[in-house]
Design a protein around this ligand. Structure first.
Ligand SMILES: Cc1ncc(C[n+]2csc(CCOP(=O)(O)OP(=O)(O)O)c2C)c(N)n1
Length: 641
């Protein structure tokens, strides 16, 4: 089902920029919110995309654009998955049906897309740092614009957010942080901060302790002058400590809230007031993720994002999953294999930085709650936490997306590799991920991990291989091991019971041919198989080797390929610079007699969003692209002189 633009409500139809919004009376803002919410539901119910977070900030978005003078006032959304309302109010309604589509609007704020998108996002916890940078730049330029960061309670668990608060509080510049507290990350939020925020919003600790303390102070006060002074000082200190927001105040922020984030009238008034208050300020608002769409309010994790068309009232999927989707997702193969391995080996533990659903860690967390952990949006911590467990003899499986492991690179080197700790990194979403686009593509992990000593870098061809790699890694103690696999479905092959050890650093020959051989790395090898089949129909036979390891390389298999073929093509769903192909090139560079080499992979440029298939086709690494490349090699067009 393809959508043009849904019909906007009467007010929304007239809003093509925040200036149009400002023409309205404050009493009309709630109607705008209702129309905005409906427009988001109308669009996402057909096109898919992030959902709950945008519905939750409709009132905030409207109030912000009503009160502040964007784009001169800088509005920075953390993660950016909640910015659909912002896009709709800032002149992009007509294109919103192309959201996350190939060639269409980005699913996240993006500087090149609109002047209203003050800062590009996708990864979490960056907004306060960026806002502080902008506020300081404004001060240096003697400007007077406002700078506002909107950050969720999940994103607030990221260390970067606290580094920024710590710095901002001391710099004492004018900026506003809005903490959008819906008590959810993608999955339920976790950690001590979550408890702290719940205490504020429910006042539970505050009320209990206040009663106890005032009781105690009463006794002190009846005990003479000196004790009365002590009691008074204690009272002030305790009140400050127990008033909501003391954590943020300790970091140098003036704290306001908690306030109802769905009361657009209240928000508009508070924001107006806050405009005139100097220094770093934090406004704590309380919202409901998925607000206004009952199924999304009920099942907030499920409705964090939606990919299939659904009924706008019931939320029921409108199209059944196609047959090909019967194959399991790679993430689920990981999740189930981990439970099996953990049942047999009690040293096995696992952690995820806030992606228990996305990484399929729930089966392990449910089966072995003491051995599997959601550590919050905290990739650096996840890696070092794994290293600590490994240092004590535990076998840590760190489940992490390729793009998010970028955050933990220093920890991979400093805490894992230098100490030769045998952590297993199960790297999901490796390769181009599709609609989430450049901030989320897992393009770099092979390159950045291959450079690190004491690190095995492998990728399975299929789900059977993934299981066997995990099994082999679980018994390997000499170094860390990274296993990369992509977003999406595996092959659907029949999986053997139990596990089988694989030879470390060994690939396998899949097919003999003449002249040209493909050395593929990981599940992308399926395209090589398809290409080989297509070429075979035309009488062209090519060789195909599934290399399995980018490090250590199977040099004897490469030697075999060198002896039998004139041309070698390497294929990977990762950056060509420094990746698997580079590893092969480095090895070939030492040889005197060698075949020509073509490296196929992600080029040295930012790849935008689209489906994975569209993006693979764009960069020519799908079966069609491979066939074309091979035909060019076999019959090169003569160079014109
Ligand atoms: C560094 C990083 N890790 C993980 C993610 C995946 N992620 C996207 S949104 C999200 C939850 C954010 O929660 P919150 O900030 O509270 O926003 P909400 O969705 O609840 O509005 C997570 C974990 C990410 N974008 N960036």
């Amino acid at each position: 089902m393809e959508l043009e633009s849904p019909k906007p409500g009467e007010l929304l139809a007239k809003i093509n920029s925040p200036d149009d919004l400002k023409e309205l009376q404050p009493e009309q803002l709630q109607d705008v919110c209702d129309e905005l919410r409906q427009y988001i539901i109308d669009t996402i119910s057909v096109n898919g995309g992030h959902f709950g977070a945008s519905l939750g900030v409709v009132e905030l978005t409207t109030a912000l654009h009503y009160v502040f003078d964007t784009p001169q006032d800088r509005l920075i959304w953390d993660v950016g998955h909640q910015a659909y309302g912002h896009k709709l109010l800032t002149g992009r309604r007509g294109k919103f049906h192309t959201n996350r589509r190939y060639g269409g609007l980005s699913g996240f704020p993006k500087r090149s897309e609109s002047e209203y998108d003050a800062f590009g996002v996708g990864h979490s916890s960056t907004s306060i740092s960026a806002a502080l940078g902008m506020a300081v730049a404004r001060d240096l330029n003697k400007g007077d614009n406002n700078v506002i960061a909107v950050i969720g309670d999940g994103a607030m668990t990221g260390g970067l957010a606290f580094e920024a608060m710590n710095n901002a509080g001391a710099m004492n510049t004018d900026m506003l942080v809005i903490l959008n507290d819906n008590n959810m990350s993608i999955d339920p939020n976790v950690g001590a901060l979550k408890e702290y925020l719940a205490d504020i919003t429910t006042s539970r600790t505050f009320n209990k302790m206040r009663d106890e303390i005032y009781d105690m102070l009463g006794h002190f006060k009846s005990a003479g002058e000196k004790m009365r002074k002590v009691a008074s000082r204690l009272e002030k200190a305790m009140t400050a400590a127990l008033t909501p927001g003391s954590l943020f105040r300790a970091l140098g922020f003036k704290y306001y809230g908690p306030t109802d984030g769905h009361d657009v009238d209240g928000l508009y008034k508070i924001l107006n007031d806050l405009k005139n208050i100097k220094g770093p300020k934090l406004l704590h608002i309380v919202t409901v993720k998925g607000k206004g769409f009952a199924p999304a309010e009920r099942e907030q994790t499920k409705w964090h994002a939606s990919s299939s068309p659904f009924d706008k009232i019931t939320g029921k999927a409108l199209t059944p999953a196609p047959k090909s989707q019967k194959a399991p997702k790679y993430q689920d193969v990981f999740g189930e294999a981990l439970v099996e391995l953990a049942a047999a080996d009690e040293r096995i533990v696992s952690m995820t930085p806030a992606m228990p659903s996305g990484s399929s860690l729930w089966p392990m967390m449910n089966t072995f709650p003491n051995r599997a952990f959601d550590v919050g949006i905290a990739e650096q911590h996840a890696v070092t936490f794994a290293a600590g467990l490994a240092a004590e003899g535990k076998k840590a499986f760190c489940a992490i997306y390729s793009t998010f492991l970028q955050r933990g690179y220093d920890q991979v080197i400093h805490d894992v590799a230098i100490q030769k700790l045998p952590v297993v990194f199960c790297i999901d979403r490796a390769g181009l991920v599709g609609a989430d686009g450049p901030t989320h593509h897992g393009a770099y992990d092979t390159a950045y991990l291959r450079a690190v000593p004491n690190m095995i870098v492998s990728s399975p061809l299929n789900e059977q291989d993934l299981r066997d790699m995990m099994y082999t890694a679980s018994g390997y103690e000499d170094a860390a091991w990274a296993i990369r696999y992509p977003r999406g479905r595996a092959t659907g092959m029949k999986i053997a019971e139990g596990f089988k050890k694989i030879d470390i650093g060994k690939g396998q020959k899949l097919r003999d041919g003449e002249n040209i051989a493909i050395l593929s790395f990981g599940p992308i090898g399926k395209y090589a198989t398809e290409a080989a089949n297509l070429l075979a129909e035309e009488g062209i036979e090519i060789g195909h080797f599934d290399m399995r390891f980018a490090k250590p390389l199977d040099t004897s298999l490469i030697d075999e390929a060198c002896q039998s073929y004139d041309h070698i093509i390497t294929l990977e769903d990762g950056t060509k610079l420094g990746g698997f192909g580079s590893a092969v090139a480095e090895y070939l560079a030492e040889k005197k007699e060698k075949p020509t080499l073509n490296i196929m992979g992600i080029p040295d440029e930012i790849i935008e969003h689209g489906t994975q298939e569209e993006l693979h086709a764009e960069i020519g690494i799908d079966s069609v692209g491979i066939v074309e490349e091979i035909k060019r090699k076999l019959d090169p067009t003569p160079v014109e002189s």
